[in-house]
Design a protein around this ligand. Structure first.
Ligand code: SER
Length: 896
């Protein structure tokens, strides 16, 4: 059975059983800082499990793209070594949100495996949770498996590590039951098909499907302490390893031999001109490159790019490991990895059209990283050489990085330390190395933000009571019949807020827009006959609960009172202009730069807009101009801006753009500009009625924020006009200072700068002359230069001269004394620089380089050079006179 048929069969089976088929979400987690990458099918339903979000279906099934290469779920170090681990894989899953539970989940799994796929029941093993001091043993699952048809001796209990699943440190979780498959030759032979292989060593059995009985939310109660809170509705989350199931059904013993991955390996083998064998360093390298090429192609297509932090660092690590293995073990000496990722695109594009859509971009990003890496890559030992240099101090962070990004074996690192005579016991090495590695990996993970991501359950509870607030802000700026339905002081629910207090007010109806999709929350007022509150921010901790953060200016706001809610309309209008302009600039960037441009973040505020997008190089001034022209043309055409609500599938099929990292429900709002010909995007924000309302548009900056991600800022409407007016004033002022005409302003400035340069040079020359004269004159009288064993030594401190002038001065002085030694020290900016000159007739006896080596350490620095001239410096200006004085002694020493 082909891989694609298995995927289809799975989805069809569950669709037939009342499940809604849901698309894979992108690999970039949506609004979830607890995750590096999407790591399971259930991620996109996390809030549904937690009861913070409702869908219009209670059963779902999907085939989900996953990456497990960091955080709670990390298989990176297993890749290539086992027959079944991957960084990137697909997970087939069925889900129940408070609908069916354990019994049906087990029934479906049995029915699908045994009756649909016709797997040999003698090869199946089932594991259940053995229980611990927090969660009871899952006796029920044992009975249900037996009831479904499983052999009792094939059901095994295991502890937390194997049979309790959680997505991250916090979030939905529960005991699980895994189905394992025996891959050996003799399923009937109990000596061979033995329970010890289940969750044991090697690849004799392999987990193929995990059924999680979602019953808890794991929350952090204090730093590093967690507790389990029961979910309001027990749910089901299952995940089947797609590549593993393909291995089973295709009768091969590793996932790398399935039709999903073997062609990639064959492609690599051909490219390298080597044969693929499982048991060889080359075979291992080919598996790593194949796996990592899949992860890379899919990650880049979903807007994750290699860089130095967080998930982007993990991707860089994956890419660099692949490139390293290709060069080190497969003999590639030029760019090759981009060819492999392109092959992945070719192979998978039918099932995942996003790969095809981003094909050129993937190609470009991979090449870029390969070039970047290739330029610095000196593999293994050479890299160690760089880290150690001549020094014997060990920078464990650097070593850990080497291991982490190149996979340089730990042993090799230790051996090379020994070779350099660095003594360290194995225990000490392990302890220090592991600590550095842990710190390194933590710094690249998202652990720290976990707490913030945890939403206080109070909000979901209040939402249940108050119901979803109705938002009127698309059409209205003022609502007269709103009612206060809840009040919070921080995260504590209270009944009233009195004058002077700050708190959060929840209304049943509101015109206030809660911060979302980059658009900032509204500000305004909430007024009742007895009270006035000024709202300074609006946001929604859970979807549907709109919180107005407010300060009470007068009277008391109580739960139950009727109020008038009024937003600051002027600010909102400015925000509308910037929001619609954001859509236009997105469209214009794609038009001008290419369709690889994807929104990677945005801020829509009243006074500016900021737009982050994927692109690999700075915009040229020509490109900036083109984008501005295009947006302003859209504005002048005054095209209508309209919205429709539709099912997400319909929206996606219509070609509307969705944003990565954004979460969408089953019905979405689609914003069309110019009937959809200019721009069509999923968006819940507030917009102008027609593009002409934006007035004008100007980009104010373009910068890089990560590799492959750029950020532009822009202004619209009044702000753009004001900017124009301010600039005019600035120019007028400059013109009157420079007494010139507008079109001659740049050349006038240029002239002035040249003049300044010339004058500076003259001043410097004069200073050298003065210094030479002063020192030279006195030295002629014999009171400046000292005679050391018949050699004239002139050592001086100077001020106000730059490095060039000091060199010039040393020349002049040496010319003056003809035969001898000149030492000049100069301080400035907390630093010291030193120069030593020796006349040619003396260089066989006195070496300038040696003098500097004696005196530079006195000012806390170093120096070196040739026998006739040496330079150095240090960072202790207060010691300069001591160093100058020491030069006489240094000469003396050399002559004696
Ligand atoms: N979430 C569980 C897993 O990833 C089951 O889908 O194994």
């Amino acid at each position: 059975m082909k891989g694609s048929e298995i995927r289809q069969k799975f989805l069809e089976y569950f669709e037939k059983n009342g499940h809604k088929i849901v698309h894979s979400s992108p690999l970039l987690p949506a609004n979830d800082p607890t995750l590096l990458f999407v790591n399971a099918g259930m991620n996109q339903f996390k809030d549904v499990f937690l009861g913070n979000e409702k869908r219009d279906y209670e059963r779902a099934a999907s085939s989900q793209k996953c990456i497990r290469a960091g955080g709670k779920h990390n298989d990176l170090d297993e890749v290539g070594k086992t027959a079944r681990h991957h960084t990137f894989f697909e997970m087939l899953g069925n889900f129940s949100f408070g609908d069916y539970f354990k019994e049906d989940a087990i029934k479906f799994a049995w029915d699908f495996l045994v009756n649909e796929l016709k797997l040999d029941v003698n090869r199946l093993w089932f594991t259940v949770f053995a229980g611990d001091d927090e969660v009871a043993a899952d006796e029920e699952a044992i009975e249900l498996w037996i009831k479904a048809g499983a052999r009792p001796d094939r059901i095994l209990p295991f502890g937390r590590k194997d049979n309790f699943w959680q997505m991250a440190e916090t979030g939905p979780c529960g005991p699980s039951s895994e189905i394992n498959y025996y891959l050996g030759d003799e399923p009937e032979n109990p000596e061979k098909n033995h329970p010890k292989w289940v969750n044991g060593e090697g690849d004799t059995t392999m987990e193929i499907w995990n059924l999680v009985f979602m019953q808890y939310n794991r929350v952090e109660v204090s730093e590093g302490k967690y507790k389990l809170e029961p979910l309001s509705a027990p749910s089901i989350d299952t995940g089947m390893g797609f590549e593993r199931m393909a291995a089973v059904l295709q009768g091969v013993s590793t996932t790398y031999d399935t039709d999903l991955i073997r062609p990639i390996i064959d492609f690599i083998a051909e490219l390298a001109g080597k044969k693929y064998e499982y048991e060889s360093p080359e075979g291992f390298a080919m598996r790593v490159v194949a796996d990592h090429a899949r992860a890379t192609a899919f990650a880049v297509a979903d807007g994750i790019l290699p860089a130095n932090e967080g998930r982007n660092y993990v991707l860089r690590k994956i890419m660099r490991r692949a490139i390293y293995h290709g060069r080190e073990h497969l003999g590639f000496d030029g760019l090759f990895f981009y060819k492999v990722t392109d092959f992945v695109v070719e192979q998978m594009r039918e099932a995942y059209p996003e790969l095809e859509a981003q094909r050129d971009f993937i190609d470009k990003m991979v090449r870029l990283e390969e070039e970047r890496f290739g330029a610095t890559m000196t593999v293994g030992l050479e890299k160690l050489e760089q880290i150690f240099g001549d020094s014997k101090t060990v920078d464990f962070t650097q070593l850990a990085k080497l291991y982490d990004t190149f996979g340089t074996p730990k042993d090799l690192i230790r051996v090379s330390m020994e070779e350099r005579g660095i003594e360290i016991t194995e225990e000490e090495f392990d302890a220090k190395f592991d600590k550095a590695l842990k710190e390194l990996q933590q710094s690249s993970e998202i652990g720290k933000t976990n707490r913030k991501a945890q939403i206080n359950p109070i909000y979901a509870e209040v939402l249940k009571k108050t119901g979803v607030a109705k938002f009127h802000g698309y059409d209205e700026t003022r609502i007269e019949d709103a009612k206060v339905v809840a009040i919070f002081d921080g995260e504590k629910q209270i009944d009233e807020l009195t004058a002077g207090a700050e708190g959060s007010i929840v209304l049943d109806n509101t015109p206030f827009y809660a911060e979302a999709g980059g658009q900032v929350g509204d500000t305004g007022t909430i007024v009742s006959p007895n009270a006035t509150a000024s709202v300074f921010d609006t946001y929604a901790p859970v979807s549907g609960l709109i919180i107005h953060k407010a300060k009470i200016e007068r009277g008391t706001v109580k739960v139950g009172v009727e109020v008038t809610a009024q937003i600051d309309a002027e600010k909102r209008d400015a925000t509308r202009r910037n929001h619609t302009a954001t859509h236009l600039v997105h469209a214009a960037l794609r038009e001008v730069l290419g369709t690889h441009v994807k929104q990677a973040g945005s801020v829509v505020a009243p006074n500016f807009l900021r737009f982050d997008f994927t692109h690999y190089q700075p915009l040229t001034s020509e490109e900036v101009k083109e984008v501005e022209d295009l947006v302003n043309r859209y504005i002048l055409q005054n095209e209508p801006v309209e919205t429709d609500i539709m099912a997400i599938e319909e929206a996606m099929n219509s070609g509307a753009m969705a944003l990565f990292g954004e979460k969408y429900g089953s019905d979405v709002r689609v914003l069309r500009v110019g009937g959809g010909t200019f721009s069509k995007e999923l968006c819940g924000g507030t917009h102008v009625r027609a593009t002409g309302d934006i007035g004008s548009f100007k980009i104010t900056s373009d910068e890089s924020i990560a590799s492959g991600v750029r950020r532009i800022r822009a202004i619209t409407g009044f702000d753009a006009f004001e900017r124009f007016r301010d600039d005019e004033i600035l120019i007028e002022k400059s013109l009157s200072f420079l007494k010139t005409q507008r079109d001659q302003l740049p050349s006038a400035i240029e002239k002035m700068q040249e003049e300044l340069k010339r004058v500076r040079r003259e001043v410097e020359e004069l200073r050298v002359k003065i210094a030479t004269g002063a020192i030279g004159a006195s030295s002629a009288n014999g009171d400046e230069a000292r005679e050391i064993r018949g050699v004239k030594v002139l050592a001086k401190e100077v001020a106000d001269l730059d490095a060039n002038a000091v060199r010039q001065l040393s020349d002049n002085l040496l010319n003056k004394i003809k035969s001898g030694v000149v030492v000049i020290g100069r301080k400035g900016d907390g630093k010291v620089s030193l120069i030593v000159r020796v006349s040619d007739d003396l260089t066989d006896k006195i070496k300038a380089g040696n003098i500097i080596k004696e005196i530079a350490p006195i000012v806390g620095g170093r120096g070196g050079g040739k026998p006739d001239m040496a330079e150095g410096g240090g960072s202790a200006p207060e010691k300069l006179s001591e160093a100058i004085e020491a030069s006489y002694g240094a000469v003396e020493k050399m002559l004696s």
